[in-house]
Design a protein around this ligand. Structure first.
Ligand code: BTN
Length: 253
């Protein structure tokens, strides 16, 4: 029996035993006209990609590695907020699946007690006027033992298994897609204001001291809010810095 409860998202599934990166395959499908809602799911990624061309560890059958193709009608300028939308959806699904401590680290990592359990990489193809496609790539660690994580990540990464929670990958994927579809409909009909408010309530970044690291500068301050473009506002004591997701990484201090 199908566990899927969505109308569009995930109704068309491309399933792969192994691939380099589901985002790469999804972009290929999108360029060739794949319909909105198509997902590419792989058991394993040999070259899973993260933000800032980092690699993303995606071993066989031990996580949910998938990419979703969207063709929104909202303006290209709004697209960066869809990555925050993804984080809200996945965070809700995780909380319902037995991880009430799941929280969002700006812009879109999901942490459990300070350790990363989910990574999200959103890629966009658009002109100034319209979006051709968004590929939303989501990686959720389910069955990775703590000891299996590469050594330099071990203290910073976690999984359902490492947290002592049993989860069905199929049911979790269905739950994530259901949450994504609800929020995507809100974004398409009402815009992102409500979603940004939801993001704030699920965030572990707002209210905390952060170190902001970009190519040209590094500073420390208190993350105080999101602006209505989804930028992080950081109070350095002397001024409010506006931080854009594409440019910087942050870490707690
Ligand atoms: C990050 O942590 O910086 C983002 C990681 C995103 C990983 C997912 S897994 C599915 C999709 N395919 C990829 O190559 N990356 C994303």
């Amino acid at each position: 029996a199908s566990v899927l409860r969505t109308h569009s998202l995930g109704q068309n599934v491309v399933y792969l035993e192994t691939t380099n990166s589901t985002n790469e395959i999804a972009k290929e499908y999108a360029r060739n006209g794949a319909e909105e809602g198509t997902i590419i799911v792989a058991e394993e990624q040999k070259m899973g990609r993260g933000r800032f061309s980092r690699s993303f560890y995606s071993p066989f059958a031990k996580g949910i590695w998938f990419s979703l193709i969207l063709r929104p009608t909202f303006f290209p300028l709004e697209a960066s907020k869809s990555t925050l939308l993804a984080a809200v959806a996945v965070c809700r699904a995780l909380r319902s699946a037995g991880l009430p401590q799941a929280a969002i680290k700006w812009p879109n990592d999901i942490l459990v007690d300070g350790r990363k359990l989910v990574g999200i990489l959103t890629e966009l193809s658009a002109s100034m006027e319209r979006i051709d496609y968004i590929v939303m790539g989501i990686g959720i660690n389910t069955g990775i033992e703590r000891i299996e994580f590469p050594e330099d990540f071990r203290d910073k990464t976690t999984s359902f298994l490492a947290e002592g929670i049993a989860v069905s990958r199929k049911q979790l994927l269905a739950a994530v897609l259901a949450e994504l579809e609800k929020l995507y409909m809100v974004a398409e009909t009402e815009g992102f204001d409500k979603i940004l408010e939801d993001w704030k309530t699920l965030s572990c970044t707002i209210g905390n001291e952060v170190q902001v690291i970009s190519e040209d500068k590094t500073f420390i301050g208190k993350a105080v809010d999101l602006d209505n473009n989804g930028c992080l506002l950081v109070d350095t004591g002397t001024k409010i810095e506006r931080v854009i997701a594409g440019d910087v990484s942050i870490r707690p201090v």
